[in-house]
Design a protein around this ligand. Structure first.
Ligand code: CA
Length: 447
């Protein structure tokens, strides 16, 4: 109750707008359950001295992107590095996670956790927090791939697929017949799931702002929403897309790995004030995440990972679906063609593009460029220089490198620079991080 009173007092202080109020009396706050590892004395941090704290409050969403955080707790990787009280709490939705990080642990919220980009950047500059700036740092990439775009069986005849060229007529016809637009759901507006849907549609000439209606639905409600006819399509992380296919409400149109191989997916980000106050604990947090990512990447651990993640305490979702997703097993398209390819699975550590965990600025920048493409934040990100300055402020490759060195990650796995190099999308578009304007210029549909 004390937390709730403090929270309401904050609201009374005018920090939040009325629109935030509804989403922000969160079950995720009142129902937060301590899920930390058993308490032990904090061992000394490698590199000298005890950690400033043994505790951090992190948020997670029940999708495979959060696996490294869950495994870090369950397999004791955080505790091993002295963070014995990682309080990892399920967030009801991305708006709840945002509101909770604005509160911080001092206000009964969270210090950080799992994020879709560009949420940490746009919380830093106040663009999605009613102007309240809460500086954050992006510390690591949590995962790549593992997300899907699923269409409802009610539109099975349209046979939507990776290539949407020629589908414009379908969307127009749909609107004419139903008297409303085709509905596509993402989990938070103006963040990566929204970007995947937009990129996919626009690549084939379908305008996401004109030909469809985009709406926001929390990950855990996507399958029910599709069953109820709330929307004809959604995009989020597994197990939800695979679950919609297994329960025969929908079919897999594309995985995000189809759109962009080894793409950046979700990230670990923490409030900057927490990092500044707890520099050694920050490095310990990073080491725990890295070890969890390495553990998740091993084929022999996938079954155990599925068992842990599927449990009621964490995702509360069928173990067999999670196990198959972790191994890259998908049923693709209207005919549910079985494909098994570990290269298309969620990736946590190694990949053909090098280490997954490293937060390349070239990758975190892409989400700001895509925000510019769609004019998501009027008055913010006025030009590439402004986007780059924000990206440089928020993305902390230096901390990742320090943690990796102390952990003993081989030098060949520690990137030297801030660019992963040129990126290629399924439609042939190229993002050369040294030429961001050329990337924006090359996109046909934009605002
Ligand atoms: Ca995702």
């Amino acid at each position: 109750m004390a937390q709730r009173r403090r929270f309401l007092a904050l609201l009374g202080g005018g920090l939040f707008g009325a629109s935030l109020l509804v989403s922000a009396i969160p079950s995720s706050l009142t129902a937060a359950v301590a899920q930390g590892a058993p308490k032990k004395a904090a061992p000394a941090a490698k590199g000298g001295g005890a950690l400033e704290t043994k505790a951090i409050n992190l948020g997670f969403i029940p999708i495979l992107e959060s696996a490294a955080l869950v495994i870090g707790v369950e397999k004791g990787f955080f505790a091993k590095h002295g963070l014995t009280d990682v309080n990892l709490t399920k967030q009801a939705s991305w708006p709840s996670a945002r509101d909770n990080v604005v509160l911080g642990s001092g206000g009964g919220g969270i210090d950080g956790g799992q994020w879709q980009l560009p949420m940490p950047q746009m919380i830093t500059n106040g663009a999605i927090t009613n102007g309240r700036k809460v500086p954050m740092y992006i510390l690591a990439m949590l995962s790549s791939q593992g997300n899907g775009i699923v269409a409802s069986n009610s539109v099975k005849k349209a046979e939507l697929g990776l290539d949407t060229k020629g589908d414009g007529a379908f969307f127009t016809k749909f609107e004419k017949e139903k008297g409303r637009k085709f509905r596509a759901a993402m989990t938070f507006p103006k963040a990566n799931q929204d970007m995947w849907i937009r990129y996919w549609l626009a690549a084939g000439g379908v305008d996401p702002d004109k030909n469809v209606e985009l709406l926001t639905v929390p990950s855990a409600e996507t399958v029910a929403g599709m069953r109820n006819g709330t929307m004809e399509l959604f995009s989020t992380g597994d197990p939800w897309p695979s679950r919609a296919v297994k329960e025969k409400f929908g079919y897999l149109v594309a995985t995000t790995a189809n759109i962009w191989r080894v793409h950046p997916e979700e990230f670990l980000a923490v409030r900057a004030d927490w990092v500044k106050k707890n520099p050694k604990a920050t490095i310990a947090l990073l080491k725990g995440v890295m070890e969890a990512q390495q553990w998740l990447a091993k084929a022999e651990n996938k079954d155990e990972a599925a068992k842990i993640l599927s449990s009621r305490k964490w995702f509360n979702a069928p173990e067999d679906i999670i196990e198959r997703s972790l191994k890259g097993g998908y049923k693709v398209g209207p005919s549910a063609q079985v494909e098994n390819n570990p290269n298309m699975a969620p990736l946590y550590w190694n990949s053909p593009r090098g280490v997954i965990s490293y937060p390349y600025k070239s990758l975190t920048m892409w989400f700001l460029l895509e925000s510019m493409r769609w004019k998501f934040f009027p008055g913010q990100l006025p030009n590439i220089a402004a986007a780059k300055a924000l990206n440089d402020q928020v993305t902390r490759e230096d901390l990742w490198k320090q943690a990796a060195k102390e952990l003993g990650v081989p030098a060949k796995d520690i990137p030297k620079g801030s660019s992963r190099g040129t990126e290629r999308f399924f439609d042939g578009v190229v993002y050369d991080p040294t030429k961001p304007q050329a990337y924006l210029d090359s996109l046909k549909i934009k605002r």
